[in-house]
Write a protein that binds this ligand. Sequence first.
Ligand SMILES: NC(=O)c1ccc[n+]([C@@H]2O[C@H](COP(=O)([O-])OP(=O)(O)OC[C@H]3O[C@@H](n4cnc5c(N)ncnc54)[C@H](OP(=O)(O)O)[C@@H]3O)[C@@H](O)[C@H]2O)c1
Length: 434
Amino acid sequence: MKVRVGIVGCGVVGTGVVELLLKNGDTIKKKTGIELVLTRVADRDWQKSRAFQVPYQLRTTDYREVIEQSDVVVELVGGKGFAFELIEETFQKGKPVVTANKHLLAEEGQELFRRAQERGVWIGFEASVGGGIPIIKAIRESLVANQIEAIYGILNGTTNYILTRMLEEGVDFERALGEAQEKGYAEADPSLDIDGWDSAHKITLLSFIAFGGFFRFSQVYVEGIREVDLLDVELGRELGYTLKLLAIAKRRGEELEVRVHPTFLPEEDPLAKVSDVFNAIMVQGDFVGKTMFYGRGAGAHPTASAVVSDLVDTARCLMHPANCRSRLDWQEKNLTLSDDFYSRYYLRFDVPDKPGILASISRVLADHQISIASVLQKEKVCKLAGREGEPVVPLVVLTHKAYERSMRRALEEIRALPVVLGKPVLIRVEEEAE
Ligand SMILES: NC(=O)c1ccc[n+]([C@@H]2O[C@H](COP(=O)([O-])OP(=O)(O)OC[C@H]3O[C@@H](n4cnc5c(N)ncnc54)[C@H](OP(=O)(O)O)[C@@H]3O)[C@@H](O)[C@H]2O)c1
C-alpha cells in the first residue's frame, strides 16, 4: 500500500524525517508492505542551511499544498497557534496527523483528541515525549492491561546534562548551563528546559494517556533547576542521593499527583544512573510491576524514528479503520488532580555554629506532625551574603513522609527563627522506604 506523506515545518526534526524516509523507505516497505511516499514539505524559509538536502521538487512554502497532496500530514512547526490551525484544517479534510508537539498537546490535547475522535481521524504523537523512546505506544498498547500506578521520568536532556556536570565535575549551575549551550544541548533562551516547562508538558501528556485524567496544564506543580546550589548536590551525594529533575505522576486513590521538581533519588535507583542528555521513564502498573524505558530524548534522528513509526501506524489505520487502536478521549470521571503532595524532604538551613539550634527546628517540625529521619551537620563553613566573617554552617534535616502543605507552613515558621539565616532549601526525596 502506498501512503502519501506531507510535512509542515522543516527544521531539526522535519529534516530528520525527510532524511529517514528517503534513506530507509525501502527497508520500511520490506518490513511492513507500506510505501511511505514523501509528496510535499513546507517551510517558510528554504534559504537556511539544513543537515540534509531536501529535494527541490518536494519543497513548498504553502502548507495547504501539503494538506491537499498528502494522505497524512506531519506537523513539525511547534508552538500553539498555527500548529493548532494546521491540525484542525487537516482533520476537516478527514485526514490524519502525526505531531511531535508536546507543548500544544499538553495544553490543548483534550480538545484535539476530542476533535480527532469526532471526525474519525487518527492523531499520532509518539515523538512528543522521550524523543526516540517508544513510550506512548508502550503505555497505550503494551501496558493497556494495567491500571497504571505511577510514572517517574527524566524527560529533559538539557537539565539532565547540567545536573550530571554539577554532580560529576563539581561545576556550579551557571557554568554547567554555559557548557550545555556550547555543546548545542541548550537553546540561547533555555527557560523552557531549565524552568521545568518542557518536562511538565511531557508528564501532562503521559498522564492523559496513562490515567485518563484530563486536567488543566496550569494546575501542574512545576519547579526547575535554576535555583539548584552545588552545595546541596554535594551534601545529597554524601547522604547517598543523586539529584535529578524528575517528572512524577502518581495515583493516590481517586487523586492524581502530577509534579516536576528537582528530586533526590537513592544513588542505586536505576533513574539516578541516567546521566548526560539521556532520558528514562519508569512506568509502574498493577500487574506488570515496574518497567523502564531509556534512550535519547531529543535530536533529529531519534525523534524522526518516532515520527516515522507513527506514520506506519497511521498507514495501517488508513488500511483498516475499523481496527484502529484504542480511544484517546477516555476519561476516569472521578480522578482529580491533587493540590497537595506526600513526600520525604531534604531541608538545609544555614545556621550559626552554636548549640541548641536543632532543638528549635525540630520543635517546629514536630508541631506540624513532621518527623525527622536523620540529621547531618557539617563543619564546612558556608558563604552567606551580608554575613562574611561569621561562621555559618549547613544543617541538613531529612524527614519522613509528610504532606507538602504542612511542610510549607513549618518552613515559614522556621524561617522566622532568629537562628536560621537566609532562605531554607527544600528538596523532595523519592524512595521506597516507608
Ligand atoms: N528538536 C528536537 O529534538 C525535538 C524533540 C522532540 C520533539 N520536538 C518537537 O518537534 C517540533 C519541531 O521541533 P524542531 O526542533 O524541529 O523545531 P525547529 O527546528 O524550530 O523547526 C520548525 C520549523 O518550522 C518552520 N515554521 C514555523 N512556522 C511555520 C509556518 N507557519 N509555516 C511553515 N514553516 C514554519 C520554522 O521556520 P523558522 O525557523 O523560520 O521559524 C522551522 O524551520 C516541536 O513541536 C518540538 O517541540 C523536537
